[in-house]
Design a protein around this ligand. Structure first.
Ligand SMILES: *Cc1c(COP(=O)(O)O)cnc(C)c1O
Length: 392
């Protein structure tokens, strides 16, 4: 008897739908050109926006941190896992983000799961954008608060919900991505902050794709809109533009005090390893020293987007270096990604359930580490693959 037949059926369905895939293997570091399945490939699919994941200064800092602090922390932060190097990182990040305090987690996902649950309770309401990241949705599910979803970036709908529901609850928390990861559009933060003031609600911005990308030296979406001190919870990741791993909340000091007592990933999961902390400190210092990396990122993105538009692709309405190539049909999306790979360019196909049914797309991620030659090579591949599957 096969008691796992139910999973075989599900996997077979994926194959029928044309969305079954094997994990690609990268045989080296994350860089502009990678050895994907041992083939030299232009990498248009990482979140390594600034090229720091394999930067010599960042790697050297990781090595030095390992020499001094070892490979692992040996404990959760609340017991003996709270090394001084982690406290130093939190201070540096608070300075970088221009907020009172920063609390670090093991990843952005951990940060959302731990924070949302810790700061909300029974009798509270969470208002969440319909396109918020999966880790926000999971964090919300773990909370005892009620929840309601507003239409994407629809401030009229958000206000309607606030009007109807504000008085029925103790705290109301509005949660949004700063930059929406599948379309590259920005949250309407100034309007949202004004609504939060009008209805006495709290604001929570997950800036995973905005940190290191938007604002001065990559200080994020809150800096881009000049809203320092006006967003209650600013989440950032250290895994994307910073190039390493980790997540954090920038906030008032009192938030940190509470999270250190109640955020479950800090209480029940081991602290970030020294290598990651050391590397992150160096990466943040590099951003604070110079705008070289963010400037290069935006220049590369503008050049690439202009090239795609000239070829006739629909690249959606991105306001950031995230570049979706809208295709629609799920299996056609995966086919396009395969055609590009044949041409030596990796752009992952993104389909349901990551995006709604019928909204399949290939999402290209430009990095400061790409050269003009890399981008020209990629544009040629796009032209060829686009014609092969008849979308241009
Ligand atoms: C990527 C992402 C995360 C998860 O960050 P990790 O550090 O990779 O766990 C959380 N929120 C948003 C909006 C993201 O895009």
């Amino acid at each position: 008897m096969n008691n796992l037949a139910f999973l075989e059926e599900k996997v077979n369905q994926l194959k029928k739908d044309g969305v079954y895939r094997k994990l690609p293997i990268n045989y080296g570091p994350c860089s502009n050109v990678i050895l994907l399945n041992n083939q030299k490939t232009v990498n248009l699919s990482s979140n390594n926006y600034l090229g720091l994941a394999n930067h010599p200064r960042v790697k050297q800092a990781a090595i030095e941190a390992v020499e001094k602090y070892g490979a692992g922390t040996g404990s959760v932060r609340t017991i003996v896992g709270n090394q001084d190097i982690l406290e130093n990182l939190e201070q540096l990040l608070a300075e970088f983000k221009q907020e009172e305090a920063v609390t670090c987690f093991q990843s952005g996902l951990n940060c959302n799961i731990g924070t949302i649950q810790a700061i909300t309770d029974k009798g509270d309401l969470i208002l969440s954008d319909e396109l918020n990241h999966a880790s926000i949705i999971d964090g919300t599910k773990l909370s005892k608060a009620d929840r309601a979803v507003y239409r994407h970036n629809d401030m009229v709908h958000l206000e309607q919900l606030l009007k109807e529901k504000r008085n029925l609850y103790q705290q109301v928390l509005i949660i949004t991505d700063g930059v929406f990861s599948m379309d590259g559009d920005l949250a309407k933060l100034p309007e949202m902050v004004a609504l939060a003031k009008k209805y006495n609600a709290l604001t929570y911005v997950d800036d995973a794709h905005g940190s290191g990308v938007l604002g001065k030296s990559g200080r994020g979406t809150v800096d881009h809109f000049q809203l320092h001190g006006q967003v209650d919870f600013i989440i950032g990741t250290l895994s994307k533009a910073i190039g390493v791993i980790g997540g954090y909340v920038a906030s008032k000091k009192i938030v940190k005090e509470w999270l250190l007592h109640r955020a479950r990933p800090l209480l029940f999961s081991t602290a970030l390893p020294p290598a990651a902390i050391g590397a992150t400190i160096e990466a943040v210092k590099m951003l604070m020293e110079s705008e070289e990396y963010t400037t290069k990122l935006w220049q590369n993105a503008a050049y690439f987007k202009a090239g795609l538009q000239a070829l006739g692709f629909d690249i959606g309405h991105s306001q950031t270096p995230i570049t979706p190539i809208m295709i629609g049909n799920e299996s056609k999306t995966m086919e396009f990604s395969k055609e590009l790979l044949k041409e030596g360019v990796f752009v992952s196909g993104i389909v349901f359930p990551t995006v709604p049914l019928g909204k399949g797309r290939c999402r290209a991620m430009i990095s400061a580490s790409h050269t003009k030659e890399d981008i020209d090579f990629a544009l040629q591949a796009f032209a060829k693959a686009g014609k092969a599957i008849h979308i241009i």
